[in-house]
Design a binder for this molecule. Structure first.
Ligand code: LLP
Length: 416
């Protein structure tokens, strides 16, 4: 977002305050130019014969966003049968979808097989089960490389204590099951975490996968997951994707030579593609001066954006209504009956009730992790592209909240 003539503007000159007028608040806004920029950056960072960038759609599961990324050339990574169904509704063929569940029921796996998507197995009992059923579809296997990588503990998922994947030390068991049951393994996969700044940790996990790959003769791809870090505030670290891409491509091409065949290289980015594209626009309800702080109470809370509470994540906040005002210190808090602090002691342009604040980096894991706590409606979502705005999800209504509830009048007996 840029300030032009004392007004914030999104790409294509779109005025975020006008979007608030038009669609109401709070409002999620996605600047599709930023998704496009990020997709191109990632694509151009790798020099390999065959690259697939599969959008990890859990980051932002909106069908119009998924369609937009599909048009750019992205594949898709799904972690639940419902995400698979949304991907198909967005126009993906089952064969274009990788389904990477974690410990789901065999019923869910059966449904995925029925649909015909590629399955990424993350446990040995599942391999046994699939082997027993003689399924003819080739499989991918998710490996746990035992590497600690990720922005915080909750989002580091490739270490020895993590529930994800099959430990790389269990390769003999995997090979035994595969041989005994005649399964075909077409791909190997790792995903070590999110917000990984340290390229070296990433490359270490990569080596584990490339070594194991030599044991599997039928591979057509290797999938290195994601975790590329984007900046959340000025001066924040980000993965140097261009440097990483150059180093990685060289190593991958060398691997393919040793393997004796060119494999397709897969990544499945979420944050990198959509985090910076999103802004969450919230009005200030009240400016409350307390003995040690000035609170800006906003018309939203952890129900709509849980990352600050869940991960202590930092999301930059700006006052869109007063672009060049004098800076004052505020704590931005939500309306939920919990301590839902969105930003502590931030320097923002002087604010008053009715001003609109933008919470940045709201594209990834914000709407998709939102909920109805305190019986609040989830907000609307708008996508902006080439100067135009598109409503891509309606704001919820009371009807939505009551739709799945049934009213049963059970009369409690008076307690004696
Ligand atoms: N592939 C797999 C198998 C994953 O589990 C994930 C994210 C990704 C790819 C995409 O990772 P990304 O490029 O977005 O880092 N809710 C947390 C992030 C958890 C991500 C879970 N898996 C957050 O808000 O930081």
């Amino acid at each position: 977002m840029k300030i032009i003539n004392n007004h914030y503007q999104l790409s294509g000159g779109v005025d975020p305050l006008a979007l608030c007028e038009k669609y109401g608040t709070p409002l999620y806004v996605y600047d599709a130019h930023i998704m496009e920029r990020q997709y191109k950056r990632l694509r151009d960072a790798f020099q390999v014969p065959d690259l697939s960038l599969n959008f990890a759609c859990k980051a932002l599961t909106n069908i119009s966003v998924i369609k937009f990324l599909k048009q750019l050339g992205a594949g898709i990574d799904c972690v639940s049968i419902q995400e698979v169904q949304i991907a198909i509704a967005a126009g993906y063929q089952p064969k274009e979808i990788l389904f990477t569940p974690s410990g789901v029921s065999i019923k869910e796996i059966e449904a995925a097989i029925e649909i015909g998507v590629h399955i990424n197995a993350d446990n040995i009992p599942l391999l046994e089960e699939l082997g027993k059923r003689n399924i003819d579809a080739p499989l991918c296997i998710r490996i746990n490389p035992h590497v600690m990588a990720g922005g915080n503990e909750k989002i580091s998922v490739g270490h020895i204590e993590s529930k994800f994947g099959i430990s790389h030390t269990q390769i003999p068991q995997i090979l035994e099951v595969v041989k005994r049951t005649g399964l075909t393994i077409e791909g190997l996969h790792i995903h070590t975490g999110s917000d990984i700044y340290n390229i070296e940790a990433f490359l270490e996990a990569t080596e584990v996968l490339m070594n194991l790959a030599m044991e599997f003769p039928d591979l057509t791809y290797l999938n290195f997951g994601s975790g590329f870090k984007v900046p959340y505030q000025a001066g924040d670290k980000e993965t140097d994707i261009e440097a990483f891409g150059a180093k990685f491509s060289e190593r991958f091409n060398r691997f393919c030579e040793a393997y004796g065949r060119t494999l397709s290289l897969h990544f499945e980015p979420g944050k990198f593609l959509v985090s910076e594209a999103g802004y969450f626009l919230v009005p200030v309800n009240v400016v409350k001066t307390a003995p040690t702080k000035v609170f800006l109470g906003v018309d939203s809370g952890q129900n709509h954006i849980i990352r600050p509470m869940f991960y202590d994540a930092y999301h930059k906040i700006t006052n869109l209504s007063n672009p060049n005002g004098t800076k004052e210190q505020y704590s931005v808090v939500g309306y939920i009956c919990e301590t839902d602090t969105l930003g502590t002691d931030r320097m923002l342009s002087s604010a008053k009730a009715g001003d609109i604040l933008a919470i940045h980096n709201a594209g990834a894991y914000c709407y998709s992790m939102s909920n109805n706590y305190n019986s609040r409606f989830r907000p609307a979502e708008v996508m902006v592209y080439e100067g135009k705005d598109y409503l891509v999800r309606q704001r919820e209504t009371m009807e939505d909240l009551l739709r799945t509830q049934t009213q049963v009048d059970v009369f409690a007996k008076a307690i004696a």
